[in-house]
Design a protein around this ligand. Structure first.
Ligand code: ZN
Length: 139
């Protein structure tokens, strides 16, 4: 990923608006269920674990581990992203998982590894949208 972002621009919905507004302030918000205590993403009004509507937004630590990844060598159609780049699923310390780009490491299968510690890094792409990406943790 370079600074000149040419990928798709997310369109906030009523369910995702708090997430995008927090990202603009460089904070990673996730949802937590008040009944079963689980954290989750993507944003939705029902807990995916117990179907409770008793859910709230909480700030995540921004730290986690790379659960799995793929190194994409083909730019997606209509978006001239510079390939190769890493698409990862990060499992946050809180247990929620999100799909993101992994930056700050060469997109080389010999260097990227599952379970590596990662931390959030924010990338402002428009005045309204800042994307949370993850990079190898300094720890
Ligand atoms: Zn629940």
């Amino acid at each position: 990923m370079t600074d000149a972002y040419t990928g798709p621009i997310p369109k906030p919905t009523p369910e995702t608006k708090p997430f995008w507004e927090a990202a603009k302030r460089r904070k990673l918000l996730i949802q937590r269920c008040g009944d079963c205590g689980q954290h989750y993403l993507y944003p939705r009004p029902l807990c995916p674990h117990c179907l409770s509507r008793n859910v709230t937004w909480v700030e995540a630590s921004g730290r986690g581990r790379l659960h799995t990844f793929v190194i994409n060598h083909r730019p997606p159609r209509s978006f001239p992203l510079a390939a190769p780049f890493i698409i990862g699923i990060v499992e946050l310390e809180e247990g929620a998982r999100l799909m993101t780009n992994i930056i700050g490491i060469e997109p080389d299968p010999g260097k990227v590894r599952c379970d590596m510690p990662v931390e959030v890094d924010f990338h402002e792409i428009t005045a309204e949208i800042t994307l949370p990406h993850f990079r190898p943790s300094a720890r």
